[in-house]
Design a protein around this ligand. Sequence first.
Ligand code: FMN
Length: 224
Amino acid sequence: MKKWFTMMVLALCALTLTACGGGSGTKSSGDSPTPAQKHEAPAKKDAAPAGKRALVVYFSRADENYNVGYIEKGNTKILAEIIAEATGADTFEIVPAQPYPKEYTPATEIAKKEKNENARPEIVGTMPDVSKYDVIFLGYPIWWGDLPMPCYTFFDKVKLEGKTIAPFCTHEGSGLSGTDRYIADATKAKVTGALEMKGTTAQKNQGEAKKEVMEWLKKLGYVK
Ligand SMILES: Cc1cc2nc3c(=O)[nH]c(=O)nc-3n(C[C@H](O)[C@H](O)[C@H](O)COP(=O)(O)O)c2cc1C
């Protein structure tokens, strides 16, 4: 299982190297995850200043994951909580109606099938009223070089056109993988510079994770 994932990550790295400098805005429809984008996109000038109303929306999966074993709190959720605390934001978790398997490999297989089918897995709960917020911090893990498909279910349910979305993601080598553009395409929102971080850093080195989150929030103007 670990070997399988190592091979996937190696393949991702190889894709990254071959794709460097040629990053298109087009979404990959193939089997392999999309090439990594290692650097943050530049912050837009229209990012809201500190003091605006903020909502953190995130998807995160606990249980068994790559390089961290069985975890009680998902890697992305750790970042979501840091952001919510730093900005005073409300939070909304995207929760699939059908939980993913606790074991890592079966979870990757279902996620891959959902991506290939462009599925919209059902999500639970009442969707938030985003009209109340000036900025939405959107957190997710990279799954097969993309956002987990329940995030797209959220985009279909909640009108985000014209809103400001600040994306943050965790991954194990793929980086942002162009997901900031996928979000812009799917929502027609204004997408700011994104934060990308290895899930292992979020899970195992929370001091460093907090430092990187605070630097990102400062750069965007959401904390002083
Ligand atoms: C279904 C699945 C697919 C994944 N695909 C990728 C990938 O394409 N590239 C990558 O770098 N990491 C991939 N990972 C690793 C996760 O992005 C990483 O462990 C992340 O931090 C998990 O965050 P979470 O605990 O908030 O769900 C994948 C993990 C899972 C479970």
